[in-house]
Ligand binder design. Structure first.
Ligand code: SF4
Length: 346
């Protein structure tokens, strides 16, 4: 067996398509907006940065360029990453690659939450790549042809890699993601993020964030950056320092970016952060309102939402120049016949 670790291994990194009957297939919308997809798959670009520097990498996002037989023929090993709704197309890529005798690795949030459904792949990697990819590479160096890896440790965000943005055709996307934090201090019972990344917010340094902005700028990217992840304000003190550094960088670089983010509704009570977000041209904020019933919010452990009026919070965000996107959920155990009406009246 070829020594994959030492040689100039050809590694194909694939994000498969979303089937047309799934929520995430928005190809008609992307067409209208002049793009091919929402954002490059950040997890796969992080994995690319964790692979040996001497490997040859080819990145295929099926939304941008369909995966060809030639791509698979070229590769020694095929990494496939995606979320739960891509299960079918992830496994299609695995079967195509295996039919040509290629080793396959499946990762991403789909494999993180349900590793068992990808067991037909040769390797399944679940959890944070900073922990699992070195283990996988170690085993590849020993000639392993199968394995399952689950990270036991949380990655140190202050020493993590910079995603390989250079592999993606950035002008084909509506936005590019910059991950500043993993983990959220809250405990909403329906949340997948805290299952994957835990409840301790782990943040990048201001220097890391500014370096990633500079890299995207140097690669020629301009436009929307989806910034943060999980909860922008899990560590509000550090968040303010990062936003100050981003603002100063933007002034020096003629404001090449505007931003979207996700945050908890208590952001509405933090004027300092809101001012800094306005200074940085944050235009969109996603806030999980979930329900209009306090009893439902308490029962689902989203009690932080009961301390702020959602309508007033949205008006506050609007007053700082941000359009609010929200999530509303129906189907919690303690709902009543009035729950849906209460949401509509909100
Ligand atoms: S606030 Fe958001 S990210 Fe945090 S636990 Fe709740 S749903 Fe998850």
């Amino acid at each position: 067996m070829k020594d994959l670790l030492k040689g100039r291994t050809k590694c194909l990194l694939v994000r498969p398509e979303f089937l047309t009957n799934t929520f995430y297939n928005l190809s008609d919308v992307y067409d209208l907006l002049g793009a091919k997809s929402a954002a490059p798959p950040l997890g796969l670009l992080i994995v690319a940065a964790l692979l040996p520097k001497h490997w040859q990498l080819r990145f295929v996002d099926h939304d941008v360029t369909p995966l060809t037989e030639g791509d698979i023929d070229w590769a020694d090993i095929v990494f496939v990453s995606g979320i739960g709704p891509q299960e079918e197309t992830i496994m299609r890529v695995v079967r195509r690659a295996q039919a040509k005798g290629k080793l396959t690795v499946v990762g991403g949030s789909g494999a993180c939450l349900q590793p068992q459904v990808y067991q037909d792949a040769d390797f399944v990697v679940s959890g944070e790549g900073e922990d699992t990819i070195p283990e996988l590479l170690d085993d590849l160096g020993k000639g392993a042809t199968s394995g399952t890896y689950r990270s036991g440790n949380r990655a140190n965000m202050k020493t993590t890699v910079t995603p390989r943005y250079d592999l993606a055709q950035l002008d084909k996307y509506l936005m590019v993601g910059v991950q500043y934090v993993r983990g959220c201090p809250f405990a909403c019972e329906f949340c997948a993020q805290i299952e994957i990344f835990g409840r301790q917010p782990r943040t990048k340094t201001t220097q890391q964030v500014v370096s990633e902005l500079q890299l995207l700028h140097d690669l020629g990217y301009r436009g929307q950056i989806d910034f943060g992840y999980d909860n922008l304000i899990g560590d509000p003190v550090h968040c303010a320092k990062v936003l100050e550094a981003m603002r100063d960088w933007a002034i020096r670089n003629d404001h090449p970016f505007f931003y979207s983010t996700e945050a908890t509704i208590n952001l509405a009570k933090d004027d300092k952060l809101l001012r800094l977000m306005r200074d940085n041209d944050f235009r969109y904020v996603f806030v999980g309102i979930e329900s209009a019933d306090d009893e439902v919010l308490e029962q689902t452990k989203k009690s932080q939402n009961t301390t702020v009026s959602p309508v007033q919070a949205c008006k506050t965000f609007n007053s700082y120049g941000m359009t609010v996107q929200t999530g509303l959920i129906l189907g919690f155990d303690s709902e009543t016949d009035q729950t849906a009406d209460n949401i509509l009246k909100m």
